[in-house]
Every structure is written in structure tokens, then in C-alpha cells.
Design a protein around this ligand. Structure first.
Ligand code: ZN
Length: 74
């Protein structure tokens, strides 16, 4: 505890990470899996996923909704 203003979640602030997203929404049972790699922070990458890319495409096609940011971060 050196700095009380440090980012709240180290996980979300990590750079150069490989991430896996498996969709548990609706009739998906985790069989729709997306794996990606990002050199920016995970939060920034997931925010872009909310508006474009294969996860966004999956959500808009199958679930008729935008991927919730919280779900992506889980
Ligand atoms: Zn799905």
C-alpha cells in the first residue's frame, strides 16, 4: 500500500495480455469463445469490443444487444 490513488483493479490496467471471452448469455453455454491479445489495457480493449469486432458481432446477431462491459471484463 504505497499509493492510495493507484488503479482500482490491476487486472483491468494490465497491458500486453491475452484474454479469453466465453459467452454465457442466453442460449450460449460458453461454447462461443473468443481469444485475443491486446497491447493496450484490457479495459480499453473491451471498450472497443463493445462497438466493433467479433464479440460485438456475436452479441448483436445472437443476443440483439451490445456486449455489456462488465461481462467482458469478467
Ligand atoms: Zn452468445
Amino acid at each position: 500500500m504505497r499509493n492510495s490513488t493507484a488503479p482500482v483493479s490491476p487486472k483491468e490496467a494490465t497491458t500486453n495480455v491475452v484474454y479469453k471471452f466465453s459467452c454465457q448469455e442466453g442460449r450460449c453455454d460458453g461454447s462461443s469463445i473468443y481469444i485475443g491479445r491486446t497491447s493496450t489495457t484490457l479495459r480499453r480493449r473491451m471498450q472497443s469490443h463493445r462497438n466493433q469486432g467479433s464479440i460485438f458481432q456475436h452479441f448483436t446477431d445472437i443476443h440483439i444487444m451490445k456486449p455489456p462491459l462488465q461481462k467482458l471484463l469478467e
